[in-house]
Design a protein around this ligand. Structure first.
Ligand code: F6P
Length: 536
């Protein structure tokens, strides 16, 4: 087996880990007065501070040696060039082509895909403009006021995250809803009080076969026809985003109203494919292109910057350090920007569906840890909930802080308070508070240990000017590329998701068993009992 754990640099990292595992971040700062500036980068308007990590010069050197030994430098190019790096599905991985300028040429099986990408972008822009301007009328002549995206996974999380993140830039006369869950309450609440004559449904599904999405799409059509009893009206109120034209037509959507994409775009990497249609309607084509430009800037940075100055590469290596050496199980992401409240949920699919793998590219069981558990909430809310565990619990949880200098809603001192908290949390996590410091405050002996903060809790800080379409694009692409580098290091395929299949198949078997009480069931005793409980 081509084992990463057998590489020289991995072995050297294992030895080095023994030397450094108990060294305190405070000591590392004490040893080097310039550490804060030395271990930070300012690229593309992102100030990336990675000094509050449990690394010294040797750690950094060894991590880059690992990257060199695993040829990350040349292998990152394989993705951009259209090589079929999604080996298990024999597909290229070209989400980066979705944000490439018109002049570029990227070949998939000898075909330049860039003109196709721009043709869809232009079609999206023309449609978005019509909705935004009121030129597009519903069947009864009313303008569209409600846009309802129906999709799940990458066909939902990207759209809803982008909408929430960029709400400030959106057309407030339009009302956006996102329906993903097969739980009927999701649909029912989304359409509550809506007038079908003013509503547009975007059925977003790469495959156009996903149970949840097709169930919601059918329910949407029934709901619509219950208000406008004429199937001809569907053409004005339903559009599709998909790679599956045949099923779109079968559903009854005019292919003219279909926005396509390609099998070389993975679901969780599809936010900049036509899956972004609701985003474009919300923020307009100009802002949407600014977002694409932000993505593209980060793509170019990842592709061209030397590894040691490469933000996604550094993030990836630090992630490996905690995941595989410190045995940290999770990675927290705390945006100090309320508009980014769905960003951690978006990252969960991106990171965990990508790198939650147990076999390497040859199909052999790996004997080291792969993808971390990602989670998070916006600051400062998390501080009043789970931060206690990060500060004083027994688990090591590396944190990514994301903050912006300027608020989109400057109100009094809010922004100063928000950012002071972000900076303070990084400081508190890293440096803590000693017994001596607690005692010096006159705390009684019985309480001293309860008030000690051991510190030595690692964090990165990503500090930008202001949340904007462009900066959102940079941030998403930054995590996408971090995921890719980690996948390369772990020798796994970050671009398939076979682990979601089994549950889907079993659900299809159980559905008729729930629908028909007479049907014989032959699962295990627990599953049988659950089915019987539902039947009763
Ligand atoms: O749950 C797995 C998955 O295939 C995701 O990867 C994908 O984003 C989601 O389902 C939705 O798929 P589709 O866009 O084909 O409906």
């Amino acid at each position: 087996m081509n084992h990463i754990t057998n590489t020289q640099s991995w072995k050297a990292l294992e030895n080095h880990f023994e030397e450094i595992k108990n060294v305190h971040i405070k000591t590392l700062f004490g040893n080097d007065k310039e550490r804060g500036s030395k271990l930070s980068l300012n690229e593309l308007g992102i100030y990336f501070d990675y000094s509050k990590h449990r690394v010294n010069d040797k750690t950094i050197d060894l991590l880059f040696k690992l990257a060199e030994e695993l040829k990350i430098d040349s292998r990152r190019e394989e993705m951009f060039s259209g090589k079929k790096i999604n080996k298990t599905e024999n597909r290229a991985v070209l989400h980066t082509a979705l944000r490439t300028p018109k002049s570029a040429s990227i070949l998939v099986d000898g075909h330049n895909v860039v003109p196709d990408v721009h043709e869809v972008l232009d079609k999206m822009a023309s449609f978005s403009n019509k909705i935004r301007s009121g030129e597009w009328k519903g069947y009864t002549g009313k303008i569209i006021k409600n846009v309802i995206n129906i999709g799940i996974g990458g066909s939902d999380l990207g759209p809803v995250m982008a909408y929430e993140s960029l709400k400030h830039f959106s057309d407030r006369s339009l009302n956006f809803k996102f329906v993903s869950n097969v739980d009927g309450s999701d649909f029912a609440e989304a359409v509550e009080g809506l007038d079908a004559e003013e509503s547009l449904f975007i059925i977003s599904s790469k495959t156009f076969t996903t149970l949840e999405t097709m169930t919601n799409a059918n329910t949407a059509r029934d709901w619509f026809l219950s208000q406008i009893n004429n199937p001809e009206a569907i053409a004005k109120h339903f559009v599709a985003v998909s790679t599956n034209e045949k099923s779109v037509i079968e559903f009854g959507i005019d292919p003219q109203n279909m926005f396509g994409f390609w099998d070389w775009v993975g679901g969780r990497y599809s936010m900049t494919a036509a899956i972004g249609l609701s985003t474009m309607i919300a923020i307009g084509a100009e802002n949407y292109h600014k977002m694409l430009n932000g993505y593209h800037q980060m793509d170019e940075h990842f592709r061209n910057a030397p590894l040691r100055k490469n933000i996604p590469v550094i993030m990836a290596l630090l992630g490996i350090w905690y995941n595989n050496f410190f045995e940290a199980e999770t990675q927290a992401v705390f945006p100090y920007e309320n508009y980014l409240k769905r960003f951690p949920a978006y990252l969960q699919q991106l990171t965990m569906e990508s790198n939650g793998k147990q076999v390497n590219l040859n199909g052999e069981r790996i004997d080291y840890q792969s993808g971390a558990i990602y989670w998070g909430e916006p600051g400062t809310n998390g501080q009043h909930s789970f931060y206690q565990l990060i500060h004083q619990g027994t688990k090591l949880i590396p944190v990514d802080f994301i903050g912006f200098k300027k608020s989109l809603n400057p109100l009094g001192s809010h922004q100063d308070y928000l950012i002071a908290n972000m900076i303070a949390q990084g400081e508190a996590l890293a440096f803590g508070k000693t017994k001596e410091e607690v005692k010096a405050e006159g705390i009684t002996d019985d309480l001293v240990m309860h008030k000690v903060f051991e510190g030595n809790k690692p964090s990165s800080t990503f500090f930008l000017d202001q949340l904007s379409p462009e900066n959102l694009g940079k941030l998403v692409a930054m995590y996408e590329h971090c995921v890719y580098v980690q996948g390369l290091i772990w020798d796994i395929n970050p671009f398939d998701q076979m682990g979601v299949e089994l549950g889907k198949v079993l659900a299809m078997k159980i559905i008729p068993e729930l629908e028909n009480d007479e049907r014989e069931i032959n699962h295990d005793s627990s599953t049988n009992a659950l089915i019987n409980f539902y039947r009763k």
